[in-house]
Design a protein around this ligand. Structure first.
Ligand SMILES: *[C@@H]1O[C@H](CO)[C@@H](O)[C@H](O)[C@H]1NC(C)=O
Ligand SMILES: *[C@@H]1O[C@H](CO)[C@@H](O)[C@H](O)[C@H]1NC(C)=O
Ligand SMILES: *[C@@H]1O[C@H](CO)[C@@H](O)[C@H](O)[C@H]1NC(C)=O
Length: 179
């Protein structure tokens, strides 16, 4: 009887833990959805009551059910990016180009240490390019071209070109200095 109770308790405990683990990424994506205007309804499946983010459209996960890709290019999205994106620690591809996203680039994107491709080109992003993006040592492609960015390209970002960064495109912004 006591052992049956213990097994039941451990099961409930394990379910609770796995739910909390999943919720963190679901919460980050829900925060993004809430910050966006989605005229074509491409984020309709982004609903935690319909399953975890790995089952949502335009989201790709790895074998551990961690989000590795967001593919939201060219869907007419408006609104802004959210700091919570920085908690998607396994993200490799952040593809939100060719929309009408405004506001600034969250400094928290600098936490995405596995990111290979940061494609935010052809939006209406303003403000400066965060220094923290210089922490993205794995990054191969950083395309921020065709936005309204101001300031200069941080030295930390330019330094990435001596590592893995193959393409840094910041043309057609309001930047001063060189890249
Ligand atoms: C961004 O666009 C939304 C509507 O698409 C607007 O409500 C908001 O004020 C804009 N924000 C900025 C920072 O321009
Ligand atoms: C994410 O980045 C912000 C700003 O760069 C930092 O303050 C914060 O501690 C980071 N969070 C994590 C979980 O690494
Ligand atoms: C950089 O962006 C500009 C402006 O959109 C484009 O013409 C150019 O082909 C891009 N360069 C690379 C290397 O992607």
């Amino acid at each position: 009887m006591a052992s049956q109770f213990l097994v039941h308790f451990l099961f409930v405990f394990a379910v609770a833990i796995s739910t909390v683990k999943c919720n963190r990424e679901a919460d980050a994506l829900s925060a993004l959805k809430n910050a966006l205007v989605d005229p074509k309804g491409v984020l309709q499946s982004w609903d935690a009551t319909l399953g975890d983010p790995c089952s949502w459209f335009h989201v790709t996960c790895n074998g551990d059910s961690k989000v590795t890709r967001l593919d939201l290019g060219n869907y007419g999205l408006q609104g802004s990016l959210v700091p919570q994106l920085g908690s998607l620690g396994n993200l490799q591809y952040l593809e939100i180009h060719s929309n009408q996203i405004n506001g600034s680039i969250p400094v928290e994107l600098g936490n995405l240490s596995n990111l290979l491709s940061l494609d935010l080109y052809k939006n209406q992003l303003s403000g400066s390019i965060p220094d923290s993006l210089g922490n993205l040592k794995a990054l191969r492609f950083m395309r921020l071209n065709d936005n309204l960015l101001t300031g200069t390209v941080p030295e930390s970002v330019k330094a990435l070109k001596r590592g893995n960064l193959r393409i840094l495109n910041v043309t057609n912004n309001h930047l001063s200095g060189s890249a």
